[in-house]
Ligand binder design. Sequence first.
Ligand SMILES: [Zn+2]
Length: 74
Amino acid sequence: MKDLIAKMAREGYEPGFPDSMETANHAIDAELCTNSICENCNHVGLIYMPFVDQTSQDFRAFSFCPECGNAEEL
Ligand SMILES: [Zn+2]
């Protein structure tokens, strides 16, 4: 997960959400990740990783596998 955070930091993103985004939307996405299967190792239960560019308020989110470290952009 550190690799993903470092990679996103280089692109100007930090973990978090845009100010304008509804909290309920994140809860739904986090729930979906919890029930998702890793495409790489078939591990069940992925971690929701939201990132925001605080300058542009651009938002990107990933599902992160705690088992193999695979990250997929949502
Ligand atoms: Zn995996």
